[in-house]
Design a protein around this ligand. Structure first.
Ligand SMILES: C[S@@+](CC[C@H](N)C(=O)[O-])C[C@H]1O[C@@H](n2cnc3c(N)ncnc32)[C@H](O)[C@@H]1O
Length: 285
């Protein structure tokens, strides 16, 4: 196992399937979400990327992962919070063979799917842990200095106590480490279209009987800036990709539209109105 990951995990016991338990779990407010996601995880998938491209753009996120990896120091360790099926890291042996990734998710049954997607990377460059984002099971002391990067995609948007998730991320990030949080953006054109069709558009609140959703907002940006004590930059991505308009073809692996979409992702707000994702990025001082 890669050194930093080995150092973090060597004193912990993995279950027989190689997944680490990271108690405590405190996500009672999200119990309906856990049940929902367990039902999704109970399905069999013969093509993970095809299934994922219904709700994430593979080419765009591959591009974002590569940008993030470029900021990680040699031999660095990344924590992916709410990493689910782990697909962001499937190319890491080629792109950054020196980097380790620990994926945590509070739905344990997602993690065997991550093992299917990542194969022999698990136990070498990647570790899988069942844990809650609001109570990360890591102590920062002389044995563990923290992670070099925290990556989290469309996860904090589902955590009702957003501030707690941010403060936990900050606590376990090394000084100089980088934080990236991707959430669904508020898209005015989709909101108007849905209203025209007599349908609702949730910006912040509970989807009945299901999950909490808080789309990216200036309040979140301020909360991240205050917690980390640093400047937060923004980024807009998934500009062409739109499951809401049933335009998911650019999300498929190898899609030419998807590659163009990846190039349209930007920090300047260009086409930000159309972007499906808005992300916040900062470095811990
Ligand atoms: C929309 S999915 C995104 C998954 C993945 N990041 C991706 O990009 O494909 C949200 C994930 O966050 C996980 N999650 C939500 N709340 C969490 C929490 N409090 N602690 C840990 N994981 C959480 C869910 O189980 C789910 O796997």
């Amino acid at each position: 196992m890669i050194a930093q990951l080995e150092n973090l995990l060597h004193s912990r016991e993995a279950d027989s399937d190689g997944i680490y338990g990271g108690m405590p779990m405190v996500c009672t407010a999200q119990s309906a979400e856990i049940e929902l996601r367990e039902r999704v995880a109970a399905e069999c998938y013969d093509n993970y990327l095809a299934a994922l491209s219904a709700s994430h753009s593979i080419p765009v996120m591959d591009h974002e992962v590569d940008r993030f990896l470029a900021t990680i120091p040699r031999g660095g360790l990344i924590l992916d919070v709410g990493g689910c099926w782990g697909w962001h890291w499937r190319r890491i042996a080629q792109t950054r063979p020196d980097v380790g990734v620990l994926i945590v998710d509070f739905v344990r049954s997602n993690l065997p799917h991550a093992r299917n997607v990542l194969g022999s990377l698990v136990g070498h460059q990647v570790g899988l842990m069942h844990a809650d984002a609001t109570a990360l099971p890591f102590t920062i002391d002389e044995n563990f200095a923290g992670f070099d990067g925290i990556w989290t995609v469309q996860t904090f948007q589902h955590i009702p106590d957003f501030g707690k998730a941010v403060s936990e991320a900050c606590r376990v990030l090394k000084s100089g480490g980088v934080f990236a949080n991707y959430s669904l953006n508020v898209q005015p054109h989709i909101r108007w279209l849905r209203r025209l069709l007599g349908r609702g558009y949730l910006t912040k609140g509970w989807v009945e009987g299901s999950f909490w959703l808080a789309r990216a907002s200036d309040d979140q940006k301020e909360s991240i800036a205050a917690t980390f004590g640093s400047t937060v930059s923004e980024r807009w991505s998934e500009i062409l990709y739109s499951p809401e308009l049933r335009f998911t073809a650019p999300g498929r692996p190898g899609s030419v539209f998807g590659k163009l979409d990846a190039l349209l992702s930007n920090n300047a707000g260009f086409l930000g109105w159309f972007a499906r994702q808005r992300s916040f990025h900062c470095q811990k001082p």
